[in-house]
Design a protein around this ligand. Structure first.
Ligand SMILES: Nc1ncnc2c1ncn2[C@@H]1O[C@H](COP(=O)(O)OP(=O)(O)OP(=O)(O)O)[C@@H](O)[C@H]1O
Ligand SMILES: [Mg+2]
Length: 241
């Protein structure tokens, strides 16, 4: 198959071609397709916000990009590799190696310190060098997000915004090629949300982290380089409406 190419002629980091998704009927009524032909090309180093009304399929799309859900139709290509050819086990390894996830709730383990929480994804990484260097990297990243003096704190001893910053570091610990965030500021107050938006923008602009975030927040969307709206099952140029 011909590999998708970007405008620069190189292979994009992520390519979605005609992605469709329907869920199975739960009550005898077949629901309409959530995604009806989503096309997207993302280059390494870019940042993208996807906005759209509740229920339009944003999380569904993010989960397809993150190889957590298989599409009903279409092709997802990551770094030139068609994800449809991978088994569920291979997809799990792919996620842990190449992707970082941030959700609306931080999902930190309450009994573990900030540092221990951050290190969890590295414990199952296949690369021994990356595993060995993880504690040092974790401390540097926690420092970078302003939590250098909170590494021994457990989630119950941190604020909501601080927990979410720990979750960002956890998502970065395996040096992912792509960071995916689903409503990362959704559970934060205005100041903490602004702080997290600054952090994500800085990670993109200064550390080169490639980022796709789903958000209801115009302020967070405004911090991203690209903005698209999911409407009627397709991605369209961003608009406030
Ligand atoms: N596992 C599932 N089985 C059946 N239907 C589902 C499933 N997951 C999501 N849906 C349906 O798909 C549609 C899109 O859901 P999705 O969670 O992707 O929306 P969203 O845009 O992320 O919404 P929100 O902004 O509220 O988070 C909804 O109508 C939802 O009910
Ligand atoms: Mg959602």
């Amino acid at each position: 198959m011909t590999q998708p190419t970007s405008s620069s002629g190189s292979t994009p980091l992520l390519s979605l071609i005609d992605i469709e998704k329907s869920y199975d009927a739960l009550d005898g009524h077949a629901p309409p397709s959530v995604l009806q032909g989503v096309n997207l090309t993302l280059e390494a180093g870019q940042s993208l916000a996807i906005v759209g009304p509740s229920g339009c399929g944003k999380s569904t799309l993010l989960n397809i990009i993150g190889a957590l859900t298989r599409p009903s139709g279409g092709t997802v290509t990551f770094d030139g590799v068609d994800l449809a050819n991978k088994s569920d086990e291979q997809l799990a390894t792919f996620r842990n190696t190449h992707l970082g996830f941030i959700f609306q709730s931080h999902h930190l383990l309450p009994q573990c310190s900030a540092l221990e929480n951050v290190l969890i994804p590295s414990l199952v990484h296949h690369d021994d060098d990356l595993k060995r260097s993880a504690p040092q990297r974790a401390k540097e990243l926690l420092d970078l997000v302003g939590l250098g003096d909170r590494t021994a704190h457990k989630p119950g001893q941190l604020s909501g915004g601080e927990c979410q910053r720990v979750a960002v570091v956890r998502a970065l610990i395996n040096q992912p090629k792509l960071l995916l965030a689903d409503e990362p500021t959704g559970s934060l107050d205005e100041d903490s949300a602004a702080h997290l938006g600054d952090l994500l923008a800085t990670l993109n602009q200064e550390q080169g982290v490639t980022l796709v975030t789903v958000t209801h927040s115009p302020a967070l969307a405004a911090r991203m380089e690209l903005k698209l709206t999911l409407r009627r099952g397709r991605l369209e140029p961003w608009s406030e409406a």
